[in-house]
Design a protein around this ligand. Structure first.
Ligand code: NAD
Length: 499
């Protein structure tokens, strides 16, 4: 791996509570690693439930007593813009820290850090859309609505897009005037912690953003149950999302969930084959396949199936796996040893189910793969939609290819899943593209392109992929309550009982 100086890397990261970096009340730390080498890179404070209590209290105090709640929304917008400007200045440093902690490729990290910045800029502008309404009401009355922040928000993010997911959550919450307790994933907490510091540097008052690091099952779950929290915004696995929804229901917290997926990618026989193959490769192998919206079920029409598979495998074999810091790398490291084991066990399960490994299916060989966690881009063929490898989220660089006969059949198979996050359609027939798009049960549809997330476009799922939307104006609304105010302004006092 190339030698680097990591400007934003520290040996130890403490919790952020009430604007202060503070050790955990237990004094304990846990180790954080570089997935591409397996080497320890930092120690991070291991929060306790007592620390969660302190963080929630700090967020509550900032909500009720700081200048934050009293400022006009435009001032919060200015601060979001300033945070984005600081991120732009530190772009390369953020990219390097993200790669070091996640093992993702340079090109993927650059795109994601840029999207985190653009997300802050989007929500900086969005503050100007916050407004109330007035409704015509009977004579003598006057009515208006106002928007108010939901309150203290617990924001829990996963390891696959550490900075970008934190930005997707923090930016709309700040725009709305909420205060935050953020819990990054234990494997990848570093850039989210840097982002919180950047927000302070930009002028976010102490206590508005607090960061708790530690076990999801312990402090994450405690945060979700906490009576001092008004809303939970979670991104992660569907099973964790179900647990969170159940726990949050105890105090009827507002909940938004961005969960797993098994997204279909449908190639019709009239598609531009070259573009469909290139886009399908990106759709599954981007971010080493560790994407909620990975197009991991590839449906190919029977007329082009053989040619498609042959060319797809040929191109998959040309993808460069390796040093995440190299400009040439397409596929970086897998996040952890246990994730490599999960991926490999799914590939072996696929074989038992009757699938055939047409490419990959193992850890790559060579000296650069002796350390760290790796898996080859993998293609499973002879797959049917009822197999577990076609139904369960593998969360690695594994695509299953399924043959289909006609439009009706493929729509049925594409929708035959518990998930509904994303779907892609490849065809030159405009009518078919949009007819199919209209029938797919997914929140994000791509027609003749593999890009699922642009700032300003709503991102989120149907079915067990969750609910709520991020990355767009809809999200701002999910961080606000609507208050309805009805006033009597008539000349005579009211006497409803007439007594
Ligand atoms: P995960 O559910 O294991 O963990 C996500 C976060 O929740 C982590 O911070 C973790 O510490 C915390 N957590 C774990 N158990 C918890 C509990 N009981 N209570 C509260 N918090 C808890 O998910 P992961 O493995 O980090 O991420 C991968 C998953 O995220 C995949 O399923 C992927 O599809 C999903 N994902 C979805 C989207 C989306 O927008 N739909 C985006 C990215 C990732």
């Amino acid at each position: 791996m190339a030698e680097k100086t990591f400007t934003l890397l520290k040996e130890k990261y403490d919790l952020l509570i009430g604007g202060e970096h503070t050790p955990s009340s237990s004094g304990k730390y846990f180790d954080v690693y570089n997935p591409a080498t397996g080497e320890k890179i930092a120690e991070v404070a291991k929060a306790t439930r007592e620390d969660v209590d302190r963080a929630v209290a700090a967020a509550r105090d900032a909500l009720e007593n700081s200048k934050w709640a009293k400022w006009p929304a435009s001032r919060r917008g200015q601060i979001l813009n300033k945070a984005a400007a600081i991120m732009r200045q530190r772009f390369n440093d953020l990219v390097e820290l993200e790669i070091l902690n996640s093992g993702k490729s340079l090109s993927a990290a650059k795109g994601q850090v840029m999207q985190a910045i653009e997300d802050f800029e989007l929500y900086a502008a969005s503050v100007h859309t916050i407004e109330g309404k007035t409704k015509p009401v009977p004579g003598g009355f006057f009515h208006y609505t106002t928007k108010e922040p939901v309150g203290v928000c617990a924001q829990i993010v996963p390891w696959n897009y550490p900075l970008m997911m934190a930005a997707w959550k923090i930016a709309p919450a700040l725009a709305a005037g909420c205060t935050i307790v953020l819990k990054p994933a234990s494997l990848t907490p570093l850039t989210a912690m840097v982002l919180a510091d950047i927000c302070h540097e930009a002028g976010v008052p102490a206590g508005v953003i607090n960061v708790i690091t530690g076990s999801g099952a312990d402090v994450g779950a405690y945060l979700v149950e906490h009576p001092g929290v008004d809303k939970v915004a979670f991104t992660g696995e569907t099973t964790t999302g179900k647990d969170i929804m159940a726990k949050a229901s105890e105090t009827l917290k507002r909940v938004t969930l961005e969960l797993g997926g098994k997204s279909p990618n449908i190639v019709f026989p009239d598609a531009d084959l070259e573009a469909a193959i290139n886009g399908s490769l990106f759709g599954i192998y981007y971010n080493t396949g560790q994407s909620c919206e990975a197009r991991s079920r590839l449906f190919v029409h029977e007329d082009i199936y053989d040619e498609f598979v042959e060319k797809f495998v040929e191109k998959a074999s040309k993808l460069k796996v390796g040093d995440p810091f190299s400009e040439e790398t397409h596929v970086g490291a897998v996040i952890s040893k246990s994730q490599v084991d999960v991926i490999d066990s799914y590939v072996r399960l696929g074989e038992q189910e009757g699938a055939r490994v047409a490419f990959g299916g193992k850890v790559p060989e060579g000296p650069e793969f002796e350390k760290g966690h790796w898996y080859m881009p993998t293609v499973l063929v002879d797959v049917t939609n009822d197999m577990r490898v076609a139904q369960e989220e593998i969360f690695g660089p594994v695509v299953v290819i399924i043959k289909f006969k006609d439009e009706k059949e493929v729509i049925k198979m594409a929708n035959d899943t518990i998930y509904g996050l994303a779907a892609a359609v490849w065809t030159k027939d405009f009518g078919r593209a949009h007819r199919v798009a209209g029938q797919l049960k997914a929140g994000i549809i791509m027609v003749n392109n593999p890009f699922s997330a642009f700032p300003g476009l709503p991102f989120g799922g149907y079915k067990q992929s969750g609910f709520g939307r991020e990355l767009a104006l809809e999200s701002l609304d999910l961080y606000m309550e609507t208050k309805s105010v009805l006033s009597y302004i008539g000349p005579k006092p009211l006497n409803p009982f007439g007594v």
